[in-house]
Design a protein around this ligand. Sequence first.
Ligand code: NAG
Ligand code: NAG
Length: 450
Amino acid sequence: MKPCSLGVAYLFSFITLAVAGSYDYKDALQKSLLFYEAQRSGKLPADQKVTWRHDSALNDKGENGEDLTGGYFDAGDFVKFGFPMAYTTTVLSWGLLDHHKGYETAGSVEECLKAIKWATDYFIKCHVSEYEYYGQVGSGTVDHAYWGRPEDMTMARPAYKITASKPGSDLAAETAAALAAASLVFRSSNATYANILLQHAKQLYDFGYKYRGIFSNSITDSQCCYTSTHYEDELVWGAAWLYRATNDKTYLTYVDALWDSFKNMYGFDWDQKFGGAVVLLAKLTGDSKYSTAITNYCNYVFQQGSRTSKGLIFIYDWGPLRYALNIAYVCLQAADLGINTASYRAEAKKQMDYALGDAGRSYVIGFGNNPPTHAHHRAASCPDKPAVCNWDTYHGSQPNAHVLYGGLVGGPNKSDIFVDDRTDWRHSEVGCDYNACFQSMLAHFVELGY
Ligand SMILES: *[C@@H]1O[C@H](CO)[C@@H](O)[C@H](O)[C@H]1NC(C)=O
Ligand SMILES: *[C@@H]1O[C@H](CO)[C@@H](O)[C@H](O)[C@H]1NC(C)=O
């Protein structure tokens, strides 16, 4: 690991001393929304606040020339991976639906609607016919061989789709979940848009249910980064969201049909939907089989799961903070249903406060005490033009040229150690999916008055 030379003046300009366990969740929420702005691909709107970003990837097209501009760059790279993007959108919509008051208090309702719509407008474009959905634009290997600004990209950006003969039930059902959840979010402000979202959600769900397969076997380029392990969990999760959006009990019969292959799963992340699906079904149906499942899961992770010595739930060494916060968020949802409310809320707050500073530093860029300044993020690392930006920029010890406000980095290793090093992407990268439960949980904390 190379040592990092932090620009001292630069560093101190972002320090706000925080008392352990007492953080400005509202500020973190507002910054997280800025992070999503910084991830925008396509033509940027006039009200874009992250002005070091510019229009990019304006030639993203499907095989027949369909316009596939828009959506989000996945992480520190410029691939548009539909699977984690859909998961992100479902979770952001979930947070806005269930913690609307938190967003109101933070003055961030409009910004969150924009963050969701930036993805849902893109998903609609990608759904080019009933059984054709573009699940990725840009190739992992080709994209990752480039270090520079998104505005300057010249490499080929192939588009990959799922079809009836190359299915992706997980991708289709997660996107259905996102669109169904977003339809609920937009119902009161624009019923026309909500109906369009719901229409696509239903069609995509039927596509996924009818033509079974794992998307990463069909879109093999995604295997660099997002190999999916099952599709039953997305089919359950998607059905739960469609049930919430439609009240159509047919979707619950799908859940019943899938239950045996789903009930012994675990986790909640871009790949695993178990925790989110059971807690949502517990809320929607009141059926004790779902509340038992989420209780057992939360109790297991909170009481027996692996942790660092400073208390972070530690599932995996690639982006550990998001796994901890994802679990904390679904258990916080369980707490809202009256399941071990005080202890689950306390644990969720502990996990969040670890990320915000309790372990001795902030893991959120531009927030709190000693935040990361060397995140693995191509766009933020590049100084404004005409400066050159390339692999030398990547390998340099200088801090990123732009502050990627609100981006949650991967986090520490199992020894609670974090090296603020751009080349250590497992720990220093950011990702759309990393910020999703993080942001929804912040909205919940603001709502709870924490
Ligand atoms: C509502 O959504 C529709 C469909 O996207 C759009 O054409 C229309 O402009 C929207 N209306 C408002 C008031 O934003
Ligand atoms: C954590 O990182 C430090 C510094 O790179 C290293 O010495 C230590 O072995 C790592 N711990 C684990 C569990 O990987």
